[in-house]
Every structure is written in structure tokens, then in C-alpha cells.
Design a protein around this ligand. Structure first.
Ligand code: ADP
Ligand code: ZN
Length: 713
């Protein structure tokens, strides 16, 4: 299996004297190149060995475990991706296939040099502190230049030895600092631990209100899985921002977990990959791509914040990491725990139907009260012209600051304003490549498209009518709210948290720490502040435009909005201080707003479940989106029609469309969408395969992408 869009494994000959078995990682000739691949299975049928090109090389690397190969095949079948492309997600780190070279190190021989100098004395003074040194490490520790060390080595004071490279991460110690659990937590933990001890596959939903201590609870299951000798995978959304998670893990286990996400240096990633495969790395905390790490003996999978949209990957292979984590655990025959305060409807229904276990934590740790939640009807409490924070919220901020506590203003929109308009002629700035407005980013001094990255300078004059100084921003983004707060509370320390600010993840981590340490008074942020953070002094959360996510016609909009508002207000009052959440809305009667205000999640879940069931939507029915795109609008639409006209019968699937996709122009490509809908029993994948085969070959720039279980529909 080569990491290319190939439908199946290729056949190669095994040269005399070379030993391979299923799972071996090898290099094979492909056209003029050599590529890495995995020996998938034994010989294919009907191949003539004499005609085969030989394998070029076997890497000195443990074989890819069998459950991993079956997982790759399963993901490929389910998502309708070529298995080679799924295998590529496993083989992403090719340099890791050979063992790491031994490291040159210096060992103190105990002999004294004939000639002594002050610098040499300094080296000798520290030489005994470690069993072996790197040359530069020793020089650094002694505060001398490396040539002093070289001189001593020549004089026989140090000898050069070869040592295996240091482990990426030290072993976690399961008894390092066991938390004292509350009775509720202890009971929840024991149910998870039971699952681990029983062994084999099981799925459990760990549902606990924000601040109930879900992390402490699942750490007990992690400890048990480690004691049984297994490896543990913990998936987290936006792991690059969750230094606090790493710190908590360290506090509990005395060592950090290995990390796996795009921000980890390539060299470290190679080592993690290799050592996961050798079973030396015991715990990985990672983003969704960590699912494809070659664990040798997986004993437990945790998916934290399992409802989070960041788990859905929507390029090349479309997959949902939560769902695939359950499959991964099944192939590894180990338990999986899905944790959330606001579970996805899918997991809720799976738990209700008994397919998943359901463990609940009903109250916050140490009985900290949940915030007092109130809707602010924006029709009755309008802000001043050109502003977005109502007088009610403003007063609340003032009171909060007066008590020396923190306020969080949440708005899920980056930049300064979502639209720029010419007041004279009505011209709107639009992306030339996408069907969206350009977002005004004042801090960067550009108008920017959030879909393709296109950016242009904000001109002084309207490009349409030429009038100077009449371009106006419409609507708020977080930068504009920050400006409003600076004007209203000039003395307060205001921090803006948004993923697009200069400095990237590193700066965000620092700022999140600063907020947790009380070094800010007003925090303004996008959805990234809603996720799992623990801010001890935060006692007020204001949702600036709570209706924002409800605006699009997506049936999942209500669920998303509910989860986001619940999570963000859950940042308040986590240490027992009296706290509140104010939700600014123009539709206070909307069921989502009512459910949020009542603080009763059950109302929301019941209603939403009933509605989905009635409409036959997931999780009660199955759905796939087929996106047809092309540089030419007509070609895209025509191919969409051709798919529909040639659709196979007899699968019990209804095909809708083609209709313009929600983003009808993206990166210069026109997009049309068909939706395939069926019951839970319908053979959706078989239908999709037949659909693609039956359609005429795509012409010109036409591309077809399939998204099984689309997140928006
Ligand atoms: P959740 O993930 O459910 O929102 P956390 O696991 O983040 O909650 O816990 C909330 C806070 O309470 C954290 O600061 C955590 O350290 C603390 N906490 C929870 N349980 C315990 C415990 N048993 N002992 C000490 N601190 C705890
Ligand atoms: Zn664009």
C-alpha cells in the first residue's frame, strides 16, 4: 500500500534474502521514484512473479500492527477515499522508519588532567553531576567554551561513548499524585476503570457539567490502562492551545504526555511516531490526526470535548475524529470514553439507546454554583449607535471590575467588521474568488477573505464611485468590541483573543495563561475562549451576538449554538465565586435561547432529538453530501445534474439536488451540492460507489468530493 490515491495495494516481488511480513514498512519503485509503503497482505491472486518489480528496501522498524491496517481499510471504505490516501495519514513521517542514530556522548573517566586551568577546574567541578554529557551540554553547564572540553577529551579525562537517544517523554507515573475525588467523581471514575479492567471494546459517554472535573475522572481510567501495560490516546480539540491540559497531566502523572499536532517540530514528531510504534511512548495527547499513529498496544482512547466541530476534517479525506476514534477503539479491542458538558446529539442518542454507556456528573466540583444566566432582549435594551454592548451588559461589566473580578465578552467573529460598505453608492467589498464579503481586519490593516485568505488593503476611496472617506464598517467583530471596551473602560486591562492575531499559538498560550493568572480585566474572544479553559477569577460572561450561529439555515445550527453558549458561559464561576452570564439576543423566544436561560440542557436535547427523528436526519437517518466543483459554473452544475440523472436505483436512498452549495464560489471554483439521505439501515456507501461509477467521467476541471456524515447540511 503506497501513500498515493491508489484504490488497492500493488504487487511487488521479494528479492532473494529479503524478509518481509504483513505490516513491514518498505521502499518500493514507483515509476522513476522510490516511495515508502506498507506490506499489506500476502501475494495477490493471478500475479506472475516474474513480471514484478522487486521491493527496494525494508526499513528497520516494527511492522504496522494488524488492527491499524484493518482500521485504514475501514476508514477508506466508510469515507469513500482511496485506501492509499488513508495510509498516507499513517505514513506521514517517513524519516522515522529507520531507528534513531546513536548519540555521541562524553563520559568522565575519573583521571585528572596533567595541566590544570581555571576553566578546566570548572568543567571537572560539574563532570560528576551526570553519567554522560553532550559536548556542548557540558561546556554550557561549566560555563566554558567547547574547546576546553575538547582539550580535556584529548587528555583522556573524558571518553566518547555511543548512547541511545533520550526518550521523547519520561514514563508517566500512575501513582504520582492521585487526586482526592469527590464521592460523585469517585463513582464515575470507578465505572470507567471497570471498563478498562474488563478489557475489550466499549464506548462510554462521560457527561458532566462544566467544572465538574471530567478530566480528573478520566485520568483514573488512564492510570488503570497504563498499569495494565497499554498505551493511551487522548484527543483534544485545539491541542496547541491547551498548555493547561499538559500541566494538569504533569501534575497528576509526574511527566508530560507526548504531543501530536501541527505545531510540534518535525524532528520531535518523527521520534514520537517511532516510539509510539515501539510502544515506548505510553500516552499521546493529540489533535485528530493522532488517530493514525501506529500504536502497538492501545489500551484506552479518550475524546475530550467530543462535541467540538474541530474534530471534523474537511479536506481530502473527510472524516469525523470522534466517530473514527470509536472505530479505532473497536479494532484495538479497547474502551473509548467520550467526554463533554454538551455532548453531540449523536452520542446522546447512542447513550440513550444503550449503545454507549452513560456516566454523568451532575454538579460542579466542590459545589461551585453554575452561573446565573439571563437573556438580554436587544430590542428592549439597544446599545448606543455604532456600539454592540447593551447598557445592561455594560453595567454588569462595571460591577464585575469593581469587585476586582474578570469579564469575558464572547463573539464568534474574527476581525473588526464582517462587511465594508460605501455609504454613497452602496458598493460592498467582496472576495474575487469566493462568494463572501471581505472582513475588515484593522489590526492587520487589510480586508480579508476568511475562506481563501485573499487580502487587500482597505482603500481610502470607493473603487466603484471614487468618493473619499465614506467607507463604513457594518456589524461587529471582536476587534471592534475590544475598541468599544477600551473606550468605555480605559483603565481596565483588556485582552483580545483570536486565532488570527500575530504571534500564533505560542502567543495565545501565553495570553490564556495571563488571563488565568488574573492579569486581565476584560477578555474579548472568539470561540477559542469557550474551550475547556479554567479562569479562576472569571465571574461574568457576555455573549455579544448570541444569534449569530442561528442565522444560517443549517439544521445543526441550533445544536451548535446551544453547545457554544453553554460552553462559553461555563467559563464563569468555576471556583465558587458568584457568577453570571448575559446573553444578548434579538430572539429571546427562540428555543435555544430558552434552553440556555433555563440552564436545563435536557429540554434542549429532548426537543432537538424529537425534531431530528421526525425529519429522519442524523443520528436517525444517514446523510452524505456530494460536492461538485469546477472553475466553470455551468460545467459544475451540469455534472451535478448528470450524477442525479444516472443515480442507481434500489438502495433506498433519496438523492436531492444539485443546488448551489452554501459557499457557492470557493477559491475560484463554483460548487453545487447533492444530498443523499437514507435510513440508518440504508447501504449508503454502496449507493455512493454506484453513483460515482454510473455518472459520466468528470470533464475539464470538474471535481467530485464526498462528505459522509457532513457537519452542515
Ligand atoms: P470539566 O472538564 O468537567 O469542566 P475540570 O476537569 O476542568 O472540569 O475541573 C474543574 C476544576 O476543578 C479544575 O481546576 C480541576 O483541577 C478542579 N478539580 C476537579 N476535581 C478535582 C478534585 N477531585 N480534586 C482537586 N481539584 C479538582
Ligand atoms: Zn476568498
Amino acid at each position: 500500500m503506497v501513500p498515493l490515491p491508489a484504490d488497492r495495494a500493488y504487487s511487488y516481488g521479494v528479492p532473494e534474502g529479503m524478509v518481509v511480513r504483513p505490516g513491514s514498512i518498505v521502499a518500493v519503485p514507483l515509476g522513476p521514484r522510490l516511495v515508502a509503503g506498507v506490506v499489506w497482505d500476502g501475494a495477490g491472486e493471478g500475479v506472475n512473479p516474474a513480471k514484478l518489480r522487486p521491493l527496494a528496501h525494508v526499513f528497520d522498524c516494527p511492522p504496522l500492527p494488524e488492527p491499524m491496517r484493518r482500521f485504514v481499510e475501514w476508514v477508506a471504505r466508510y469515507t469513500l477515499s482511496p485506501p492509499g490516501l488513508v495510509a498516507r495519514m499513517v505514513l506521514r513521517t517517513p524519516v522515522a522508519f529507520d531507528p534513531e542514530p546513536m548519540m555521541d556522548a562524553l563520559r568522565f573517566t575519573g583521571t585528572a588532567p596533567e595541566r590544570m586551568t581555571a576553566a578546566r577546574e570548572r568543567v571537572l567541578a560539574v563532570a560528576g553531576e551526570a553519567p554522560a554529557w553532550t559536548r556542548s551540554g557540558l561546556a554550557h553547564a561549566a560555563g566554558v567554551t567547547a574547546s576546553v572540553v575538547d582539550g580535556l577529551t584529548k587528555a583522556g579525562v573524558f571518553e566518547t561513548v555511543s548512547l541511545p537517544p533520550l526518550p521523547v517523554v519520561p514514563e508517566p507515573d500512575t501513582g504520582y499524585a492521585r487526586a482526592e475525588l469527590s464521592p460523585d467523581q469517585a463513582q464515575a471514575a470507578s465505572r470507567l476503570v471497570e471498563r478498562v479492567e474488563k478489557g475489550g471494546f466499549s464506548a462510554t459517554l462521560l457527561e458532566g457539567v462544566t467544572g465538574s472535573g471530567k478530566t480528573e475522572v478520566y485520568f483514573e481510567a488512564v492510570a488503570r490502562a497504563l498499569e495494565r501495560g497499554g498505551q493511551v490516546l487522548i484527543l483534544l480539540p485545539e491541542i496547541a492551545l491547551t498548555q493547561s491540559f499538559i500541566d494538569r497531566f504533569h501534575a497528576r502523572f509526574g511527566a508530560e504526555p507526548a504531543q501530536w499536532h501541527s505545531d510540534v517540530a518535525p524532528r520531535t514528531r518523527e521520534r514520537v511516531w517511532r516510539q509510539v510504534m515501539e510502544g515506548r511512548v505510553r500516552v499521546v495527547a493529540g489533535a485528530r490526526s493522532a488517530l493514525f499513529l501506529p500504536f502497538r498496544d492501545l489500551g484506552l482512547v479518550i475524546v475530550d470535548e467530543e462535541h467540538d466541530p474541530a474534530y471534523k476534517q474537511e479536506d481530502r479525506t473527510f472524516y469525523h475524529a470522534r466517530d473514527m476514534a470509536v472505530v479505532r477503539a473497536r479494532f484495538a479491542a479497547c474502551p473509548v470514553v467520550l467526554a463533554s458538558a454538551t455532548p453531540s446529539l449523536e452520542s446522546r442518542v447512542n447513550a440513550a439507546k444503550g449503545r454507549y454507556g452513560h456516566v454523568r456528573l451532575a454538579s460542579r466540583f466542590e459545589d461551585a454554583a453554575l452561573p446565573d444566566l439571563r437573556l438580554v432582549d436587544m430590542r428592549r435594551h439597544p446599545p448606543a449607535r455604532g456600539q454592540f454592548v447593551s447598557p445592561v451588559l455594560r453595567t454588569a461589566i462595571e460591577e464585575t471590575l469593581g469587585k476586582g473580578q474578570q469579564a469575558l465578552l464572547f463573539l464568534n467573529r474574527r476581525g473588526y467588521a464582517p462587511l465594508t460598505l460605501c455609504r454613497v453608492c452602496g458598493h460592498r467589498f467582496q472576495c474575487p474568488q469566493c462568494s463572501t464579503w471581505l472582513v475588515d481586519h484593522r489590526l492587520r490593516g487589510a480586508l480579508q477573505c476568511h475562506h481563501c485568505g485573499h487580502a487587500e488593503r482597505r482603500p481610502e476611496a470607493c473603487p466603484e464611485c471614487g468618493t473619499l472617506d465614506h467607507l463604513v464598517p457594518c456589524g461587529p467583530g471582536v476587534e471592534r468590541i475590544a475598541e468599544e471596551m477600551l473606550g468605555a473602560f480605559p483603565q481596565a486591562r483588556t485582552i483580545l483573543l483570536s486565532s488570527d492575531l500575530p504571534g500564533g499559538a505560542r502567543r495565545l498560550r501565553r495570553e490564556l495563561d495571563a488571563v488565568a493568572d488574573g492579569e486581565a480585566d476584560i477578555v474579548i474572544g472568539t470561540q477559542l475562549v469557550a474551550k475547556g479553559h479554567h479562569f479562576p477569577l472569571m465571574t461574568l460572561v457576555g455573549a455579544v451576538d448570541a444569534d449569530l450561529g442561528l442565522a444560517n439555515g443549517d439544521p445543526r445550527a441550533a445544536e451548535r449554538t446551544f453547545q457554544l453558549l453553554h460552553q462559553v458561559t461555563g467559563r464563569a464561576g468555576r471556583t465558587g465565586l458568584k457568577s453570571r452570564g448575559l446573553i444578548q439576543t434579538f430572539q429571546p423566544e427562540h428555543p435555544v435561547m430558552q434552553a440556555i436561560a433555563s440552564g436545563d440542557a435536557e429540554i434542549f436535547y429532548e426537543r432537538e432529538t424529537a425534531e431530528r427523528e421526525r425529519a429522519g436526519l442524523p443520528p436517525f437517518g444517514r446523510l452524505a453530501a456530494i460536492i461538485v466543483s469546477a472553475a466553470d459554473r455551468r460545467q459544475a452544475e451540469e455534472h451535478g445534474r448528470a450524477l442525479r440523472a444516472n443515480a442507481p436505483e434500489g438502495f433506498g436512498i433519496e438523492l436531492l439536488g444539485p443546488a448551489e452549495a452554501p459557499l457557492s464560489l470557493l477559491r475560484g471554483r463554483w460548487r453545487f451540492r447533492l444530498l443523499a439521505q437514507g435510513t440508518r439501515q440504508a447501504r449508503l456507501q454502496d449507493f455512493l460507489r454506484a453513483l460515482i461509477i454510473a455518472a459520466p467521467r468528470p470533464r475539464g476541471s470538474v471535481q467530485v468530493q464526498i462528505d459522509v456524515d457532513p457537519q452542515s447540511f
